[in-house]
Design a protein around this ligand. Structure first.
Ligand code: ATR
Length: 290
């Protein structure tokens, strides 16, 4: 193992809490495998200290970083510019230092798309998506699906106004392909009948909160590919129910790996070793659930 020195390029993770993040082991194992003089450091920071901490970090030997809950939107005011997709999404998960300027990107939607392609062989063009949720993750995925040619995106969320606002924004900013449906079972069943891919973009089902599920599993049909952004546990209640009735399923781990891989390439200009990243992430997740 290579220890940090004065020449080591720093990559930071800004968020709070960060105790359960798998990004540090995922990226540090990739840097070690490639023999790169980089170090990925989680920096737990409260909202009121974010500006001060980030200003200090920028004065260090910083290559870039990741941003996670609860700073993905707040960080935007501290950046010099945004990549156009991050601008449309309105949230940043990756920062890159480019000629002294801090540039914001969002690789969450890309990560999801790569995982969907890899696990289920599905590309967005011509597909009809049903999205559960209208928060930050849903925004990134929905905007990216729309930009990549999805035929339809139907958004259903506990708070209907957020689903409506997101659909309207996609139609205005990207392409007219989105609608919303209320979270009632009857409405969801009718809308789902015609869809090919269902994606849970809510936090429901994530450990340790419990085994919640954002949609009544009785509404699933075998023609659906069912994807979950939750990766801990790997087999959420939604995915287990989907498997049982014969749906193809896409667990959240692939999105985690590929959003990280895209960020890695932005910081370093190199392709990361995906198998190493996956192994490191899985080992950490297994340790966490022991
Ligand atoms: P993130 O950035 O991780 O997407 P977020 O912006 O807080 O987090 O969004 C969380 C999503 O999960 C929202 O769509 C939220 O629904 P609301 O907009 O109604 O809050 C959804 N969600 C969280 N807890 C939920 C629950 N118990 N039932 C249904 N939906 C839930």
């Amino acid at each position: 193992m290579r220890y940090p020195t004065v020449t080591t390029r720093l990559v930071i993770l800004l968020g709070k809490p960060l105790g359960h993040s798998v990004s540090p082991v995922m990226h540090n194992s990739a840097f070690a495998e490639l023999g790169m003089d980089y170090c990925y450091l989680p920096v737990e920071v409260a909202a009121e200290d974010l500006a001060t901490v980030f200003a200090g970090l920028k004065k260090m030997n910083l290559a870039g970083g990741n941003v996670t809950v609860p700073h993905k939107i707040r960080i935007i005011d501290l950046l010099d510019r945004l990549d156009p997709l991050a601008q449309s999404i309105g949230a940043v998960n990756t920062i890159c230092l480019e000629q002294g300027q801090a540039v914001g990107y969002n690789t969450d939607g890309y990560g999801f798309l790569r995982s969907l392609q890899e696990v289920a062989g599905i590309s967005p063009a011509g597909e009809r998506f049903f999205l559960l949720g209208a928060g930050g993750a849903a925004r990134a995925i929905a905007m990216t699906l729309a930009a990549e040619g999805a035929e339809t995106i139907i958004i259903s969320n506990r708070t209907a106004e957020r689903a409506e606002a997101l659909a309207e924004e996609i139609n205005r900013v990207i392409r007219p392909c989105a609608t919303m449906v209320s979270a009632g079972a009857q409405e969801q069943r009718a809308a789902l009948a015609d869809c090919t891919v269902l994606i849970n973009c809510t936090s429901l089902g994530m450990a340790p909160a419990g085994d919640g599920v954002a949609l009544d599993p009785a509404l699933l049909h075998p023609g659906l590919t069912v994807a979950d952004i939750v990766y801990n546990p790997m087999r959420t209640r939604l995915l287990a129910a989907a498997e049982k009735i014969g749906c193809r399923t896409v667990p959240g781990l692939g999105m985690l790996i590929h959003q990280g891989a895209a960020a890695f390439t932005l910081w370093t200009g190199r392709e990361p070793p995906l198998a190493t990243m996956r192994r490191a992430a899985l080992a950490q997740l297994n340790r966490a659930t022991l």
